[in-house]
Design a protein. Structure first.
Length: 81
């Protein structure tokens, strides 16, 4: 498993994230507080509190490395932003 924190500032960021993740051939989750949703689900993502960074977890670390470059613009170092 590999996890990073991401920040989605606009609605278009959510659409871009989902469009990128649907090409990922593995499971991916987003977590905000005690809520966990499928990272490929628009409806699920919009149910989260997106005012703060959310935790993005890839369940297959090897495949996740290929996607990390395309997600670079969303990744934050400090999840308390």
């Amino acid at each position: 498993m590999k996890s990073v924190y991401i920040k989605l500032n606009e609605i278009n960021d959510v659409y871009a994230l989902v469009n990128t993740l649907v090409s990922y051939d593995g499971e991916v989750d987003l977590e905000s507080g005690r809520y966990k949703v499928d990272g490929k689900s628009l409806l699920g993502i919009f149910s989260l509190d997106l005012r703060k960074p959310v935790k993005l977890t890839f369940h297959d670390s090897e495949k996740a490395e290929a996607l990390m470059n395309s997600l670079k613009c969303f990744i934050v170092e400090d999840p308390e932003l």
